[in-house]
Structure formats: C-alpha cells, structure tokens
Design a protein around this ligand. Structure first.
Ligand code: H79
Length: 588
C-alpha cells in the first residue's frame, strides 16, 4: 500500500458555532425549530405524496380526487397553536407538491383547492392570518421542477410519462406559465413569507436556477431560499440536508437544517405506523442544535384537515421540554467544540454553555469537560426551579495546556429524556477549539474536521473511484492502546460487501493498518442516524500512543468525498457515508 501524504498544516480544525450572523437569516437560525406540513390532494388516497407517480394515475383520474377533498375540519388557528405549543417558530407548508395541485386560490392554474374542490376555501390565506396573529413565521414549500399535472414540467428523472411524451415537452411553457406566476402569487398575496422551500431540482439548468432566485428576490428580498433550489452548489441562503439527514458537526459553512419525518412518510398515509418517540425526537433536536442546525419536523394532515393525533401528542410532549429548556434552544449557537459528546450535545450563548445530557447517559460520577477557559461562576439544572448550585471544579493541566471542568451532576436526571445543565461563565466566552480527546469514554474523529486530499485520481479503465486521505491532528490526553473503529452509515437497500471497494488505510506515527472493513456491529443508539440508513461499526485494529500531545492520524479510502463539489445530486443518496473514526481506549 502506497504511503499517504502528510501535511504540515496543523491549523485545520474547523470552528463551529461561529456562524456569521446574516441579518436576513437571523430570525431563522435563532428560531431553530420549525413545523413542516405536507398537505395536498394526496391526503385523499392516503398513501403519501408520491401516490400519483407510484400508481401512475392519469391526470384526469387524479383530478377527480378533488371532488372528494373537503377538509371541513381544517382550523388554521389550531394548527398554528400546535406548532407554537411544540416550540416551533415557523411553519413551512406545501403550497404545491409534485402532483401540481395548489393548496391556495391560484389564478395561474385552476388545479387548486379553492377552485377545484367542494371545500372552496384558501387554507394558506387562513394560515397566513393565524400565523400573523400568533407571531409564527409562515413559509411555503413549492415543487418548482417536478409537476406531474402540467404537460410541460420536466425533471431529470421523475416525470409524468404516462400522460405526456418527454420529447414533446417545452419546459419554458411550464416555467413561465405556471411555476413563476404561482411563486409570484405566493409572494404577493400572503404578506411576509419567511422562506421558500424548493425541492428536487434535478435537471434544472444553472441559468434557470438563478432565474428563480432573482424572481423571488425581486418580489420579497428578505424571503429566504433553501439550497435545494438548485443542484449547483452554493445557491440559496441556507442548506437543506437530505431528507432525514443529520449532518456531522462542522460539515456546513452555511446555516443548515434537517427536514425530518415523525414516522417514515411526509404526506398523510394510513400504511406507515413507524413513529419516533418523544424521547427520540428530543435527542434528535438537541443533536441538531448542538451542531448549530435547525430542525424542520413534519406532520401530514388528514383529508379532513386535521393533524393526526399520534403526531400532535408527540409534538405536545416535545413542547413541554422546549418550554422548560427554551433558553438552551432558541438563539443559541452550536457546540464550540469539534466533536459530538457521547452523552448528548452542547449549545452556547454569550456567558453560557448548556449541556444537553441524555438521561440514558446520566452518570453519578462527575462529568468532565475540557476546553472552557472561562471561570465557571455556577452550574445548575435548567429544570430545577430552585436553581441549586452544582459543585464544580476547574483545573489547568499545564503540560497539556488543558482546561478541565468537573461537574457533580444531581443524583437523578432533572428533566424528561434530556436534562440540561446550564453553566454561567465569567467574561467573554473563551473556548479552546483544538480537537481534543474527551477526558472519559470514546472519542470520535469526524470527517469534517480532517484535511481531505486527493491521493489518486479516478481510473476509468480500472473502474476505480478517486482515492482520498483524511488527516486529523488531535490532542491525545491519555496515552495507551486504542481500538480503531470505522463508523459508516449504510443505506438499508445495500449489501455491505459492495460498499468499500478496497481496504481502509490508517497511519499514525509509524504505525499502519490496511483492513477491509467488515459489517461488525450496529450502532443502534446513534441519534444522527435513521431510516433509510443504519450506523455500522467496523473494527480496523489498534494503535498505541505512548505519550500525550498532538497526534496525526491519516485515513485513506475511496469513500471519502470531494470536500468542495461543484454540483450535488442529493437524491442519489450515497449507498454508504463514511462518517468518522472512533477511538476506544483499551484498559491497561
Ligand atoms: O417532500 C418530501 C418528498 O416527497 C420529497 N422531499 C421531501 C421533503 C422528495 N422528492 N423526491 N424525493 C423526496 C426523493 C425521491 C425518491 C424516490 Fe421514490 C425513490 C422516488 C422514487 C423512488 C420514494 C420512494 C418516493 C417513491 C418511492
């Protein structure tokens, strides 16, 4: 195995929690938590929003469903009240999904809820009023490229080919005749629109992507646009990760969000009954905000116009938690430290650090943290109304330049599911952001904090992908022998054997390993991983470091991705995602 290149660049550790504060995005990043609503004509057949495509239902037949769509139980105030109760600060509702059916009174296209159904009302108008009253920001999802109803809509893959011939499509007729006029209606007739959420831009040219951004900006300059407006990189005001994808800390330089389902579907369906528990949802929420992201959590209302009770009860339970822990959620930055603590997550504010500790990881021993240089004035549990001080000790390890904080947690968790400990700091926040081994437990080197380089170009003749190296420089606190575990997220429909085409290569201080990763263990407890992925752990071997200090570790694999791609195809979700190298110290 050829030697992997090393570098002298030691300043590669990215910083998190230092998102530039763009005044346009501030309301959104501070809000942290939003409600996604997938509601459309597809609620009637009740098999999710891809029903028309999956069943190849002809347009004329699909249109007939509108006669049955009469959601008389719809109550905009009740929906907004539920969002508020859950602690959600904005709502993103499907104004038009891929089926082309507008959920508002559109003059640009009669295939809409006000003109084509017995209901005859405009739910988006009613929601706009209810949101305005309640101080919740209203936002619209608009499927700008996929439209199975319009004869001229054209997507890279998912078109209505049962009614229309691809070769007869004139995309501009759809673009100028429906998409842009409808977006104009949404941005001119519903007051302030917080953001437009675009989706599935496959096949949209760079020019048309820019055209739609200009169109939005000319109508409402402060309306934010998500990155899915285009597959060309860097467009939009914030990044929407893949559906249900929680990124790694430090992965995105721009503000980002995870759109997430409560079960495994977006639109209303009677088939899917795999629901996340409130415990899981809260753990996912703190995982996301601890990395500086937003969570956009979905409900799929019924054809009668109600939010299913199974969804509502979960949101209310999450809301009890967000209410008690509001100061650790809204307006916070993510963790300043480049790693995900095993026990949960951290958020910060000026003068404050919040530790979000999963109750399952509660320890009666003291919790040890490194990297806070400020004096900690006091520590207390947020849910404790008496705010009893917890005993805290701070040390400085001079040889290692390590600021250590030791907190004695209360004997029992202080809140439901995730207990938050607040730390009050003296002076301006001063954190040591060096990638430093956690004082206890396992330690994970995540790909975004490595310097990734191309080692070998792809070889078309040999059928190989580009081979890259990831180099971490980190501070080792405890010398010893460490087991090295590869953490991968594997898509559920993949066979492990095909996923890593060559051995994983590891090097550090003259030690080297080349090992085919096996599907050795499942990590069922990973809050970042969920359907359609599972977290797989592969044993790669051991390295021994005899002394403490800054270590360099290099991993080589063709599964390391280009850190700065020009173009992305989020729907071709990677069959495997190489997430991290986990280091577990073996007892002496
Ligand atoms: O609006 C929700 C989805 O409908 C939308 N994004 C979220 C927010 C979305 N559009 N496209 N995709 C997600 C990915 C498409 C996946 C597909 Fe399939 C795989 C289309 C056909 C095969 C999923 C499985 C849908 C039908 C079967």
């Amino acid at each position: 195995m050829e030697a992997l290149k090393r570098t002298d660049n030691t300043d590669q550790n990215k910083q998190t929690g230092l998102m530039e504060r763009d005044p346009r995005t501030a309301w959104w990043t501070q809000g942290r938590f939003g409600m996604f609503i997938h509601w459309g004509l597809y609620a009637v057949p009740a098999q999710g929003e891809w029903f028309m495509y999956a069943s190849r239902t002809p347009v004329r037949e699909y249109e007939n469903l509108a006669e049955q769509f009469n959601p008389t139980e719809f109550n905009a105030q009740a929906w907004v009240a539920l969002a508020k109760e859950a602690g959600m600060r904005y709502i993103v509702i499907t104004a038009k999904h891929h089926d082309g059916f507008a959920m508002y009174r559109s003059k640009a296209d009669a295939f809409n809820i006000a003109d084509a159904t017995p209901f005859g009302r405009d739910p988006l108008k009613e929601l706009a009023e209810a949101c305005e009253e309640a101080g919740v920001v209203l936002c619209f999802y608009y499927s700008h490229v996929i439209d199975w109803h319009h004869p001229h809509a054209l997507h890279k893959e998912h078109n209505n080919t049962w009614d229309y011939k691809l070769e007869e499509k004139r995309f501009q007729e759809y673009w100028e005749g429906k998409a842009k006029p409808q977006i104009k209606e949404l941005l001119t007739e519903y007051g302030r629109v917080g953001l437009l959420w675009f989706d599935t831009a496959g096949g949209l040219s760079e020019e048309d992507s820019k055209d739609i951004v200009r169109h939005v900006q000319s109508l409402q300059p402060d309306c934010l646009i998500n990155s899915r407006v285009s597959h060309y990189m860097g467009m939009g005001d914030f990044v929407s990760k893949g559906d249900n994808e929680i990124g790694m800390s430090g992965e995105d330089a721009r503000p980002w969000e995870t759109p997430m389902t409560l079960n495994q579907s977006w639109g209303y369906t009677t088939k899917d009954q795999v629901w996340k528990t409130a415990d899981t949802l809260i753990r996912k929420l703190v995982n996301v905000i601890g990395k500086g992201g937003n969570l956009l959590l979905n409900v799929g209302p019924t054809p009668q116009g109600t939010i299913p009770e199974l969804s509502a009860e979960r949101l209310r339970e999450v809301g009890e938690w967000t209410r008690r822990n509001a100061e650790a959620v809204y307006g916070t930055d993510g963790s300043p430290f480049p790693l995900e603590p095993e026990w949960g997550a951290m958020t910060t504010k000026p003068g404050r650090v919040y530790l979000h500790i999963h109750n399952g990881a509660w320890t009666e021993r003291s919790l040890r943290l490194t990297g806070i240089r400020n004096k900690v004035l006091r520590a207390y549990a947020l849910a404790d109304v008496s705010q009893t001080n917890l005993s805290c000790e701070q040390f400085y390890d001079e040889p290692l330049d390590l600021h250590i904080l030791q907190i004695q947690l209360p004997s029992q968790p202080t809140d439901q599911y995730v207990s938050v400990i607040a730390l009050e700091l003296e002076g301006e926040n001063d954190f040591d952001r060096t990638l430093t081994q956690l004082p206890d437990g396992v330690f994970q080197l995540e790909v975004p904090y490595a310097q990734v380089r191309l080692v070998r170009e792809a070889d078309a003749a040999a059928g190989t992908a580009p081979f890259r190296s990831a180099e971490w420089n980190f501070k080792l606190v405890k010398p010893g022998t460490y087991e090295l575990l590869l953490v991968s997220f594997k898509r559920h429909d993949q066979d492990w054997e095909s996923l890593y085409p060559e051995p994983i290569v590891l090097e550090s201080e003259g030690q080297a390993i080349a090992k085919e990763p096996g599907e050795d263990m499942a990590d069922l407890d990973s809050p970042s991983c969920q359907h359609p992925y599972t977290a797989v752990v592969s044993r790669l071997g051991t390295f021994t470091w005899k002394d403490t200090g800054i270590k360099t570790l290099i991993l080589g694999s063709s599964r390391l991705k280009d850190p700065a791609p020009q173009f992305t195809e989020i729907w071709h979700a990677d069959p495997v995602k190489l997430r991290a190298l986990r280091l577990v110290r073996l007892e002496d």
